[in-house]
Write a protein that binds this ligand. Structure first.
Ligand SMILES: Nc1ncnc2c1ncn2[C@@H]1O[C@H](COP(=O)(O)OP(=O)(O)OP(=O)(O)O)[C@@H](O)[C@H]1O
Ligand SMILES: *[C@@H]1O[C@H](CO)[C@@H](O)[C@H](O)[C@H]1NC(C)=O
Length: 353
């Protein structure tokens, strides 16, 4: 990565500027950065962004919005008596989702719709409990007997709505390459978290097309990304040689990774038992397509795309082993963001920051 940064820098500066001038320039850039970061820090304090650490509660507890103390997860009884359904806001293959009210706060109540999918539902709940972190939607309670889960409500809904949300006049100021790129970084950070989770390497299997991927994530009101649907997260165990398969049916199309396609040609009918398993690199294959959606078509999007060209080409390597880890993609994205801010390479960047 350092090499790449170096190359880009070289392109941006004239090669024949005398060394002294270069040093002076560098110092000026450093000073400007220092001032910018100080300003940015002040800014995030002023807008009262939740500090990640202080919002964390011990296992089995949660804190919502302005709540001072951590509350234990709501039990069946508490959900029954204290939570009131308001309206349905979503429905997937597994559950119905209701905007609900608990102690004058908006919450999201999910209920199993298809009793054949009890296993998936309970797997999702188990994952939700184990993976509570800033990358995952906040769990507020559950009732296993009634197949009900209570989570934090995010009024902006799933990432499927991203373009519609950013097109609203009130979010005009947020519809920038910078904010969009930060969402892509958030997304890759959640993939990195799932690949290095406390439970091991988890593969985001509910991801056979772009819309499916987007519907698994929620957009928070402060424009971050959290994983919402953890129903299909099989575990890869490399030391035990255990790989995964996303479902039992044949997958098709260019969105899924090539190793997820039936390898024996049209003449051999698909058979689940003969389909070779694969690992978490399927998630890496999909990153460029998801990131492209995030970047959208605003001023500067294409400059970001240009800087991501190499890492995205690596994500699309046919051989999964040659694709980068989520960590490398995440760090590359972060470095590109730092670089683009620093160079002020994109018009309007200074006003935006
Ligand atoms: N906490 C929430 N806040 C706001 N909207 C939500 C919330 N949880 C879910 N939704 C909405 O409900 C939709 C369906 O939720 P979810 O993905 O959990 O259902 P599902 O049945 O598991 O879906 P799938 O068919 O992908 O498995 C989401 O895409 C989102 O639009
Ligand atoms: C992976 O498999 C090994 C050997 O079977 C086991 O000891 C280890 O706990 C497993 N790791 C995870 C994360 O499940």
């Amino acid at each position: 990565m350092d090499k790449k940064l170096h190359c880009v820098k070289k392109d941006l500066f004239q090669r024949d500027i005398p060394a002294v001038l270069l040093v002076l320039l560098l110092l000026a850039v450093l000073l400007l950065n220092f001032l910018l970061y100080t300003y940015l820090n002040d800014f995030s304090v002023a807008t009262g962004q939740p500090q990640v650490d202080s919002s964390l509660c011990p296992f089995g507890y949660f804190r919502l919005g302005p709540m001072k103390n951590c509350s234990p997860w709501l039990s069946c009884e508490a959900i029954n008596t204290e939570v009131r359904k308001l309206k349905r806001v979503g429905e997937g293959a597994v559950k119905k989702v209701f905007l609900s009210e608990w102690k004058e706060k908006k919450v999201s109540l999910s209920q199993l719709t298809n009793s054949e999918l009890k296993e998936d539902f309970l797997h999702g709940l188990k994952m939700l409990k184990s993976l509570q972190s800033k990358y995952v939607v906040k769990l507020l309670g559950y009732c296993e007997q009634k197949f009900t889960v209570l989570t934090e409500y995010h009024p902006l809904g799933s990432l499927k709505n991203l373009n519609e949300v950013l097109d609203l006049p009130k979010y005009k100021g947020v519809n920038t390459w910078h904010r969009r790129f930060r969402l892509a970084i958030d997304y890759v950070s959640t993939i990195h978290y799932l690949h290095n989770s406390p439970l091991g390497t988890l593969v985001m299997c509910d991801s056979n097309d772009l819309d499916k991927v987007l519907s698994q994530y929620l957009l928070t009101s402060d424009f971050h990304v959290v994983v919402n649907d953890l129903d299909a997260l099989p575990l890869v165990n490399r030391s035990a040689g255990r790989l995964v398969k996303c479902g039992h049916r044949e997958l098709q199309g260019e969105f899924v990774a090539p190793e997820q396609l039936w390898p024996y040609g049209e003449k051999v009918p698909f058979e689940d038992d003969l389909m070779p398993p694969y690992d978490e690199k399927t998630d890496i294959w999909k990153i460029p397509d998801v990131s492209n959606f995030f970047l959208g078509h605003v001023e500067g999007s294409d400059i970001v795309r240009f800087h991501l060209f190499d890492i995205h080409a690596a994500c699309k390597k046919k051989n999964p082993a040659e694709r980068p880890s989520a960590e490398l993609v995440m760090n590359t994205y972060r470095n590109v963001l730092t670089l683009l801010r620093r160079e002020g390479a994109i018009p309007g960047t200074r006003e935006m920051l």
